[in-house]
Design a protein around this ligand. Structure first.
Ligand code: APR
Length: 268
């Protein structure tokens, strides 16, 4: 079914009337904060094949046999997140929570929704602002400053001023890379979703009456099933993306940083 296009008034009316609004976001909402998406041109997976870099076994093999490439990948992922700030899309989403009951469900691991002021955020793929122990439990929270420190140490390895073997020592207190090993609390391909957020997100999707789907290609399951579950439960699906969506009731074409502040203006 072809989605109705660019009817900002109609969507604003639906937000005003919403009993429970879900804003489901992907990498596109953080693109304007300088964080690359995954599958767009010059996206992360265009530069780093996911079979080598998006699953645990691939990462371990790359770290052992191609350490320089491994450090290059960590820098490509972490540095944009370490220096990022919320953009107008994150701020507009935070403002929606003052208009109606709003829950944010994000696939992103950058912590920018919370930094913009969103209170109810489900991080279904985890976050780089937390470290997990060997059992996947939260070992500690990190700040963006901590991530900047990690990036500085990675640059020292990358430019050869510090041997890779000294990295664990340089990151002591932030993430323990030696036994008992810790790791960033992010979900890789083939791993279980982050709990309890994933369980909450499924309930939220089946409870909402309006879902804004912002900046996701909708290709990675199980998160990509959330709009369908919401639709089956009777919700209206509105997509915000520069690219026309596969399935939606409405499409607001454009970049999130332009479309969402405009939608909030319509609410005023
Ligand atoms: N505003 C809105 N949407 C945008 C913008 C923007 N400024 N820039 C790009 N987009 C859209 C693209 O058109 C595309 O639909 O964002 C989407 C990005 O898609 P992906 O790169 O596939 O990212 P995402 O859908 O979030 O990936 C899902 O895949 O790699 C895994 O775990 C990773 O969480 C990630 C999951």
């Amino acid at each position: 079914m072809t989605p109705r296009k660019d009817d900002h008034d109609c969507v604003a009316q639906q937000v005003r009337a919403a009993r429970h609004l879900i804003v489901f976001t992907g990498a596109g909402v953080s693109a304007e904060s300088g964080i690359p998406t995954f599958r767009d041109t010059s996206g992360l997976w265009e530069r780093f094949p996911p079979e080598e870099f998006a699953c645990w076994n691939g990462l371990v093999k790359t770290a052992l046999f191609h350490p320089a490439r491994f450090v290059e990948f960590l820098l490509a992922v972490l540095e944009p997140i370490a220096v990022a700030a919320p953009n107008p899309a994150h701020c507009a989403i935070a403002e929606l929570q003052h208009r109606c009951r709003t829950t944010v469900i994000t696939q992103n691991v950058d912590g920018l929704h919370q930094e913009a002021g969103s209170k109810s955020v489900r991080e279904v793929h985890g976050t780089f602002l937390q470290v997990a122990d060997g059992k996947g439990r939260v070992a500690r929270n990190l700040t963006r400053d901590d991530l900047r420190h990690v990036v500085e140490q990675l640059h020292r390895v990358h430019d050869g001023s510090m041997p890779l073997l000294r990295l664990p020592g340089a990151l002591k207190g932030l993430v323990n890379l030696l036994r008992p090993m810790e790791r960033p609390r992010v979900v890789l391909f083939g791993e279980a979703m982050a709990e309890p957020d994933w369980t909450f997100a499924q309930d939220d999707a089946r409870d909402c009456d309006l879902m804004l789907v912002v900046g996701t290609a909708g290709l990675v399951y199980p998160a990509a099933a959330l709009p369908r579950w919401a639709k089956q439960a009777g919700a209206e699906i509105v997509v915000v993306d520069p690219v026309e969506p596969f399935a939606a009731d409405q499409w607001l074409e454009g970049r999130a940083g332009d479309v969402l502040p405009r939608l909030v203006d319509h609410l005023r």
